[in-house]
Design a protein around this ligand. Structure first.
Ligand code: C5P
Length: 314
């Protein structure tokens, strides 16, 4: 393995997010459909002497043990039976996925580290162990070890791959603020408790249906109403995406990002350009199938490629 390895960490949107109750630890039982999209961060791993180091292009992202990449490194190091703190590699994150946007950036970065670091450290970690470490890091991490369209049950960490939805153009708008996932679930609980018993969606008799059929005109997110109540602009952006021709629009995860699904890339491009002219952080992208995700997020050896180019030039 070369001394420099680059990995693209793609974002996700939630095509559907239903809250079905809480488990004993207070975590919420979810039925969610994840979908990978073309927006990505880039992580560059370098073999270097000294302690593990992390850098990020955004200064509002912690670069210590609070960062999931750091925690992924520490967990892999311990799994490999190595003593002390992780060492011998530095990681630079070029961030394009805003933090606290509901697009899974931190989790995607952690999954990228779980796949790249064993190669750089020349340790062999079984896929099952990688999945377990991922689930312990955060509920969204296991999805990023799979990609494409997938159903997330339990905390959202029990991943069942689904048939990829047809390739769709997507516009993502990120408001200039983030939403804390823990807070969004807290607002959801407070509103649920205020509803009369018996009328709550997760209390209806019988097992909750988990059959999911992609309907390009209908997206559900149970967290959206309580987040929109605190941040009405999220609802306004959703309406604007629909007015610009989206076949459906919704908040992603616990917010703050909003996305719209469009029938074609030119229409999506026009909508994103219009929103960008109004000052919004808006971008047109598209869904990635599981196969595309696997191919495009594979660690690539940067130094090796440079050497090959030099050889060809000489
Ligand atoms: O798993 P993750 O660290 O991303 O979750 C952040 C917070 O969101 C948790 O501490 C918890 O409060 C809340 N959460 C939840 N139910 C889930 C996922 C997250 O209550 N299924």
């Amino acid at each position: 393995m070369a001394g420099v390895v680059r990995v693209r960490a793609f974002a996700k949107i939630n095509l559907s997010l239903k809250v079905r109750g809480r488990d004993r630890s207070g975590y919420h039982e979810l039925q969610t459909v994840f979908q990978t999209v073309g927006l990505s961060d880039t992580l560059t791993f370098r073999i270097e002497r000294g302690p593990f180091r992390l850098a990020c292009s955004r200064d509002d992202v912690p670069v210590d043990e609070r960062n999931l990449v750091w925690r992924a490194a520490a967990a892999l190091w311990a799994t490999a039976g190595r003593a002390g703190s992780p060492a011998g590699v530095s990681v630079a994150i070029r961030k394009r996925i805003p933090p606290q946007s509901g697009l899974g950036g931190g989790s995607a970065n952690a999954a990228a580290a779980l796949l790249a670091l064993p190669k750089l450290w020349r340790i062999s970690v079984p896929a099952r162990t990688i999945e377990e470490i991922g689930a312990a890091l955060g509920a969204d991490v296991p999805f990023f070890l799979c990609g494409g369209t997938a159903l997330g049950l339990g905390r959202g960490d029990q991943i069942h791959p689904l048939a990829d939805i047809p390739r769709s153009a997507v516009v993502i708008v990120c408001p200039p603020f983030g939403v804390s996932t823990a807070e969004a679930f807290g607002w959801f609980d407070a509103e649920r408790e205020a509803q009369p018993a018996g009328s709550r969606a997760d209390e209806r008799p019988g097992p909750a249906p988990i059959i999911w059929r992609y309907d390009a005109s209908h997206l559900v997110n149970d967290l959206e109403p309580c987040v929109v109540k605190r941040y009405p602009v999220i609802g306004e952006l959703k309406r604007q995406l629909l007015a610009e021709g989206a076949s459906a629009a919704a908040m992603s995860g616990s917010g703050s990002a909003v996305f719209g699904v469009f029938s074609g890339s030119s229409r999506a491009g026009r909508a994103a350009a219009l929103l960008a002219r109004e000052g919004w952080d808006a971008l047109a992208t598209r869904t990635l199938t599981r196969r595309e995700y696997a191919a495009r997020s594979r660690p690539t050896e940067v130094a090796g490629r440079r050497r090959a180019l030099r050889r060809r030039a000489g």
